[in-house]
Design a binder for this molecule. Structure first.
Ligand SMILES: Cc1ncc(COP(=O)(O)O)c(C=O)c1O
Length: 398
């Protein structure tokens, strides 16, 4: 095994030195060896890929659909995406020029931030937030500015946004919004989104709107901010969460043509194009009657699990912001237990073999919370409640 030539190590990409490895992964690695551990840590649907979407991928392989596709993605898929966005969210994009298919929403985030940022540009990130936005911003030369939303039930207040704009002005290049939210499960109402859009309209800030959980909205219909700000929004979505297709790695970005052209350049230089069989499966998932029903069926299953966990955890004394979307509950540790979310999570994993993610991993506002993913079977959730109840009762008896 070769060692790296020592001098090379002195002048590697400095930006990578500013980025920390994923705390969630590190915690997951730490608790995984505990015998019998039950983990509600990962944002990974427990459903299989819908059979008809899977068969579409199989048929594509059988038909030797094995050559490079158009860099921005198969046109059939871009048409399916345009139809899906129009049908579900009232958004209108041209398949030919306003949509890029990416390798998961992860690449959509990377391409969007890389296409936009110059060194030193600031990116507003309401927190707690999906951790990926920070390293991608930093690797693209930008600087994350965190806006802690805990005080307002994890919804960014218009005054808070305005204050950041007053403070940083033109240094702000973009804001990342994510709703339904990972990690909080909180959604923004149409009024809340409109109030933010009214402020952003007065600026040249680009909105990177990560709507990967939009199909999993349990209350009012999801309202994309692109409805109010079509000329300065990049909408990110994909089939990972809506159709339990995380391993197929299909996401997309939709937005105005000039921005999409540049997002498409980054995408082309990074990956050329997404994988053909996965694109064919995603086309099936997004365009057929059955595919459009799949996400609704899964949503109902998640809703049942959410209702169960919400009640059980509330009864145990956890305070929970309204989890009206995605498949997470962000629970505040009761005041009579250890309020340090990392210590609490470690102890729970060690003592009662149950793993949640410490809330502080998601940035300012997450301290003293834990995130549970209910993308798990009802049996596992019942077992989790049993273990959590035993742990809490033990702690209270001390
Ligand atoms: C908010 C958010 N955005 C993006 C992603 C990445 O999605 P994908 O698996 O399509 O890359 C995730 C995955 O957990 C997520 O929670």
């Amino acid at each position: 095994m070769p060692d790296t030539k020592p001098a090379i190590l002195d002048h590697l990409n400095q930006r990578l030195n500013l980025v920390k490895p994923s705390a969630i992964r590190a915690f997951d690695n730490e608790v995984s060896p505990i015998p019998g551990i039950l983990k509600l840590t990962l944002g990974e649907p427990d459903f299989d890929v819908p059979e008809h979407a899977k068969q579409a991928a199989v048929a594509a392989i059988e038909a030797n659909d094995s050559h490079y596709s158009a860099s921005n993605g198969k046109i059939e898929l871009r048409r399916a995406i345009a139809g899906f966005l129009a049908d579900r969210y009232g958004l209108h994009y041209q398949p030919e020029s306003e949509i890029v298919v990416t390798t998961g929403a992860t690449e959509a985030i990377y391409d969007s931030l890389t296409a936009l940022l110059n060194p030193g540009d600031k990116v507003l990130i309401p927190t707690p937030a999906f951790p990926l936005y920070t390293p991608v911003t930093v690797m693209a030369g930008g600087e994350p500015i965190y806006l802690n939303t805990e005080e307002n039930g994890f919804v960014l207040r218009p005054e808070q946004l305005q204050a950041a704009i007053d403070q940083y002005g033109d240094e702000i290049k973009a804001i990342v919004l994510n709703y339904p939210s990972n990690p909080t499960g909180v959604v923004y109402s149409e009024d809340e989104i409109k109030a933010l859009a009214d402020i952003l309209k007065q600026t040249d800030i680009v909105v990177i709107s990560d709507e990967i959980y939009a199909e999993l909205s349990y209350g009012d219909a999801h309202t994309s901010i692109a409805k109010f700000l079509p000329d300065q929004t990049l909408v990110l979505n994909g089939v990972s969460k809506s159709h339990a297709m995380t391993g197929y790695r299909i996401g997309f970005v939709a937005g105005p043509a000039e921005l999409i052209k540049r997002v498409g350049m980054v995408h082309q230089f990074a990956t050329t194009t997404a994988s053909n069989p996965a694109m064919v499966a995603a086309t099936e998932a997004l365009s057929t009657v059955q595919g459009k029903q799949d996400s609704l069926d899964m949503r109902e299953a998640y809703r049942e699990r959410r209702d169960y966990l919400y009640k059980e955890l509330s009864d145990l004394g956890f305070e929970i912001p309204k989890p009206d979307g995605a498949f997470y509950i962000f629970a505040k540790i009761p005041a009579d237990l250890d309020q340090d979310d990392l210590a609490f999570s470690r102890d729970l994993a060690k003592q009662n073999k149950l793993a949640f993610v410490p809330g502080s991993f998601f940035g300012p506002g997450g301290e003293s919370y834990v995130r549970l993913s209910y993308a798990a079977s009802m049996d596992n959730l019942k077992e989790a409640v049993k273990r959590l109840t035993a742990y809490v009762e033990d702690q209270r008896a001390k």
